[in-house]
Write a protein that binds this ligand. Structure first.
Ligand code: ATP
Ligand code: MG
Length: 308
């Protein structure tokens, strides 16, 4: 698809409808959570945190981590939006056994709106599904990507947090989604190829786009020392060649229950709430919420941390 979506030519036309309908979806999502889990939302209104999950190398666990982290955050009482931004090979909906009525492809074509495609997922998360196997979406032209990023940004405002699952690699579309997010999380595994590709992503973000505040999440770690070594290698090479130190955001273990949850198309928390990966994701969600609360109370502190 090499044209700007028709809707892009009238950018304000649907904005108020999108925001109000989406707020409705958010309220419904919040209402479906159990009372025991409900807590005060992160912020009263209008301060959504956006977090893009990316990698460099494919198959490291971005989708599994993003989707299950979305559930973990919803279980903490947050209103969560999960956006599938792997435009060519989307699979967030498959992961949770959801049946999309339509996807971002129809939104880009101008055939429907974001509120038409949003689905209710586990724990009341709102899911924006994308399409899989359409070359036009995999090669979406820059203006259409920019338009989509913009619309999704508007759309996210009725939520506490929006998680964006990107495709692998350093394509312009991936970089656009990553750059638009408040926080950029680069998933790595301890494999050397994953680390070199993650470095490539960090390098492009820093040198081409001036983005220096990147977090690293080590996934599929077989041990703490192995994860620490992987992060140390990535940090050392980033410090040496880019003069920046990505933060370690967390370590997630290799856990066979992950495959089983995917096979059953269930969130990991539903299948194995006490599995090591569930506990680690829950801890990660807690750490992120604390970080966001801190950043909102003292915005200067967040900026200082990012400059480190
Ligand atoms: N912590 C984990 N423990 C065990 N297996 C895992 C873990 N994380 C991911 N996997 C395995 O890795 C596979 C790939 O995961 P996923 O699809 O989330 O990767 P991805 O980075 O999104 O891939 P792509 O780049 O193709 O989008 C999963 O099917 C699962 O089998
Ligand atoms: Mg994926």
């Amino acid at each position: 698809m090499d044209r700007v979506s028709p809707a892009a030519r009238r950018p304000e036309a649907r904005r108020s409808t999108v925001v109000s309908l989406f707020e409705h979806a958010a309220r419904r999502a919040a209402g479906s959570r159990g009372a025991a889990q409900a807590q005060a939302p992160l912020a009263a209104r209008g301060s959504v945190r956006t977090l893009a999950v990316t990698s460099g190398k494919g198959g490291v666990g971005k989708t599994v981590v993003t989707a299950n982290l979305a559930v973990a955050l919803a279980r903490r009482g947050l209103r969560v939006l999960l956006i599938d931004a792997d435009l060519g090979l989307a699979n967030v909906d498959t992961l949770f056994g959801l049946q999309p009525r339509a996807t971002l492809r129809q939104v880009v074509a101008g055939d429907c709106t974001l509120e038409d495609v949003v689905l209710e997922g586990p724990a009341g998360i709102a899911v924006v599904p994308a399409s899989s196997g359409f070359a036009d979406m995999a090669r979406l032209a820059d203006p259409s990507v920019a338009w989509l990023v913009d619309r999704l940004g508007d759309f996210a405002r009725g939520f506490d947090v929006a998680l964006v699952d990107t495709a692998a690699g350093i394509s312009p579309a991936v970089l656009d989604f990553v750059r638009a997010a408040d926080e950029k999380l680069v998933v790595v595994t301890p494999e050397p190829t994953s680390l070199t590709d993650a470095y490539a992503m960090i390098k492009v973000l820093a040198t081409r786009h001036g983005e220096r505040g990147v977090d690293v999440l080590v996934n599929q770690a077989r041990s703490e020392p192995e994860a620490a070594r992987s992060y140390a290698q990535l940090r050392a090479v980033s410090e040496r060649f880019l003069a920046l130190a990505p933060r370690l955001c967390g370590v997630l273990p290799y856990d066979p229950e992950v495959r089983e949850a995917i096979r059953r198309q269930q969130p990991l928390f539903a299948l194995a709430p006490r599995a090591p990966m569930s506990l680690a994701l829950d801890a990660l969600s807690k750490a992120l919420v604390e970080r966001w609360r801190h950043a909102m109370q003292d915005p200067g502190a967040g900026a200082q941390e990012r400059r480190r």
